[in-house]
Design a protein around this ligand. Structure first.
Ligand code: ADP
Ligand code: MG
Length: 701
């Protein structure tokens, strides 16, 4: 960074030490650059004028032009105020001051034309303008100042120290002229040209003081691009650096276990996508670097078998493996599923969860340490410090969105060299977002469902179809099928949540009475053992209906289930609805998802139902979801190693820009990974300054 930009904000004229402190604590502004990058959150359009007759209390702001025809001081002492009358060809309006009465009384000129800007205020059912901004029409016409006025976010504390929006704008007005000709371009010139970007200086000047709407728009695009481009460069560089330094176990051979499983145990032909992903993983595992791969695949796309076959590659090379799932139910299902798949093979598999008894737990620990245990499946219990492996070579994390970066790194420490890590998720993330959130991971996608699946039919019904729903359920049960009914979780009130579920259960129980019908119930407040018992009954086909909260959301596999009823579906987010729907359609039968909602739906709610009935494609659903919710919610799922600090760019809506920025970043790193070329010099200087000590651009070649 140039000396100038790193200057402490304290030294800018009009700041000083006290306000510098406030700027730092409230807005994180410490340097000239910090202030320069403090962007407006909206603009007031000072190009538009209202007529006085058009002013009403609902307008956020109005700008008027008219003549002052009368000025008068009213009231005494503390109640004193100044009232002026402004007139145009449509009427008159009062301007009122409670402060600065003497000043305005002296300076306002009756008979002069003024431009007035203020928020309309309703007082005694009359509209007036309190403390308007004003200047004479002549001043207004002569002012070079932009007619699009930047508005900056403010807080009470800022305002108290005269650092409100207006004051910030004034500080920028002091700063910007000093930066003229000194804002070195930080995006290489070929990229600026290819993407038709505004130059850095113009963008920075126009974002704060737009000279036209057109230039403002181009400034915003330029700055967004810059933010995204810098992040992509850093993420991609991080990936390169990690690759260089992270040693990994070499799984050199495909051995007896993999081959024997492939020829004797694999119950179906792998899909093309599964084969492709296995090849990608195979390449990772033998190159001597640690694998960090994210495997995305819609619900039911068959990720488990890919995980298992990757694990077998580890076992064949003398390593142990771990498979971690977010819930006990899921871990248990994996355990049982894998045991069945591995039948007749000499492979020891164990399950470790919170409810495993001490004696068994000791046995597992011992076997892990002496190496007789090959595959350990479990919940978080598996990453506890006391769990020690003899030689962990590969770890699979299922449904990653419930695990954070911290947990991932705990896994890395389970061996002297970090084990390979495969993270599986059924939460589809739009490509552009994955590029940023998982920029430092490799991503594989299973984009093909196993053959023979019938597309799930999704219906959106209102309460008036409940009888029809029950009839439909009855008919499916008569065919031997099973049914899920899911109630929403109400976060604020577990009690209420339970009551809704309980009520629903009673209702179902009366409509589908024993002994003809059997109904299971599962909810979060049950003991693990009871939950498991109820779950097992449904999995084994002993019950017809499973009434539950969203505990069954993740991963549960009951191929005979053909209807998923989601109650109060409007209360669920799109990705959750999609996850729930994925519980059916896992066998060969036609399956259905029925979304039950109240009659009153918000426009978001309606869009969610429409999206669900319109498509089964998880990626399409994720796109809509992202647009509805915005990327804020995704912070918790962030897996990348670089903090993502975007001021203007929006991960939800700027997909196209993300693609372009990433492409540009890849283009540069391909030819010049250390940014040594002359044309990349401005960029190098910028990045090195921005990240003192973080990514070192010249340390590797
Ligand atoms: P998910 O990706 O949601 O974890 P699973 O791995 O649980 O999906 O697979 C869903 C179902 O599809 C399982 O019953 C599994 O046995 C089956 N399956 C997986 N791959 C294939 C395939 N290539 N052909 C047929 N069935 C498959
Ligand atoms: Mg799964």
């Amino acid at each position: 960074m140039s000396q100038l930009l790193s200057t402490s904000i304290e030294y800018l004229k009009g700041v000083g030490s006290k306000r510098a402190e406030i700027l730092a604590s409230e807005l994180g502004i410490r340097s000239y650059l910090g202030l320069l990058h403090h962007f407006p959150f909206r603009y007031e359009d000072r190009t538009k004028f209202y007529k006085i007759s058009e002013v009403n209390g609902d307008l956020p702001y109005v700008q008027l032009v008219g003549e002052i025809i009368h000025v008068e001081e009213i009231g005494l002492k503390f109640k004193k105020r100044l009232v002026a009358k402004l007139k145009d060809e449509t009427g008159t309006i009062e301007l009122v001051w409670f402060k600065g009465v003497a000043y305005f009384a002296k300076n306002l000129k009756v008979g002069e034309k003024y431009v007035v800007f203020a928020k309309p205020n309703v007082f005694n059912s009359k509209i007036n303008l309190v403390h308007p901004e004003l200047e004479t029409l002549i001043e207004f016409k002569n002012s070079v100042q932009s007619k699009l006025q930047a508005v900056y976010a403010s807080t009470e504390k800022l305002a108290k120290f005269t650092l409100g929006s207006k004051n910030i704008s004034r500080l920028l007005k002091t700063l910007l002229p000093q930066l003229k000709y000194k804002l070195e371009e930080n995006i290489p010139s070929d990229i600026v040209a290819d993407n038709n970007l505004l130059d850095r200086e113009s963008a920075m000047f126009n974002i704060h003081f737009p000279t036209s709407v057109e230039l403002l728009k181009r400034s915003i695009v330029r700055i967004k691009f810059e933010e995204l481009f810098m992040i992509q460069l850093e993420l991609l560089k991080l990936k390169l650096v990690n690759l260089e330094k992270s040693k990994g176990f070499v799984f050199g051979t495909i051995g007896e276990k993999f081959n024997s499983f492939y020829s004797n145990n694999l119950p179906f032909e792998l899909t093309g996508a599964q084969k492709r992903v296995l090849k990608e993983i195979r390449i990772d595992l033998k190159r001597g670097k640690q694998m960090n791969r994210l495997l995305q695949g819609d619900v039911g796309s068959g990720k488990t078998i890919v995980a298992l076959m990757s694990i077998l590659m580890g076992l064949d090379n003398g390593f142990q493996a771990a498979l971690m799932a977010p819930t006990e139910i899921l871990a248990t299902q994996h355990y049982e599923g894998l045991k069945e798949l591995l039948q007749g093979m000499d492979i020891e598999v164990q399950l470790l969860t919170g409810s495993v008894k001490v004696k068994k737990r000791r046995e597992i620990h011992a076997k892990l340490e002496d190496g007789t245990l090959d595959i350990l499946i479990g919940t978080h219990a598996l990453i506890e410090d006391k769990v020690k492996f003899k030689n962990l070579g590969i770890a699979v994390i299922d449904e990653q969105h419930r695990f954070g970066v911290a947990q991932r790194s705990k896994l890395y420490k389970k061996n002297t060299i970090p084990p390979h890590v495969l993270i599986m998720t059924a939460t589809p993330i739009p490509r552009t977002l994955a590029m940023t959130l998982y920029g430092d991971l490799d991503v594989s996608v299973i984009d093909e469902l196993p053959p023979g699946r019938k597309e799930i039919q999704t219906l959106h019904w209102f309460e008036n179809r409940r009888l029809r729903l029950f009839g439909f359920m009855e008919a499916e049960i008569a065919k031997g099928r099973q049914i899920y009914i899911v109630y929403p979780l109400i976060e604020e009130s577990e009690k209420l949540d339970y009551a809704t579920l309980e009520e629903g259960y009673q209702h179902i129980f009366r409509r589908f009475p024993a002994p003809k019908y059997k109904v299971s119930i599962v909810h979060g407040k049950m003991k693990a053992a009871v939950k498991q018992f109820e779950m097992d009954r449904f999995v084994n086909g002993e019950t017809n209906i499973m009434v539950s909260t969203t505990v069954i959301e993740v991963g549960v596999n009951v191929p005979n289930a053909s209807i998923m009823v989601i109650e109060s579906a409007e209360r669920f987010g799109l990705s959750q609805l999609h996850q729930l729907r994925g519980r059916v359609g896992r066998g060969g039968e036609q399956s259905y998802c029925v979304l039950m909602t109240g009659n009153k739906l918000s426009s978001d709610g309606r869009l969610r139902m429409k999206t669900m009935t319109g498509t089964n494609d998880g990626f399409q659903i994720a796109e809509v979801d992202l647009k509805l919710r915005g990327p804020g919610d995704l912070r918790g799922t962030q897996q990348s190693g670089t903090p993502i600090n975007l001021k203007l760019a929006n991960l939800a809506t700027d997909g196209e820009l993300i693609e372009r920025a990433r492409k540009a970043a890849i283009g540069i790193l391909k030819v010049d990974s250390n940014l040594a070329l002359l044309k990349n010099r401005g960029l190098l200087a910028y990045l090195n300054d921005r990240n003192r000590g973080k990514t070192n651009w010249s340390s590797i070649s």
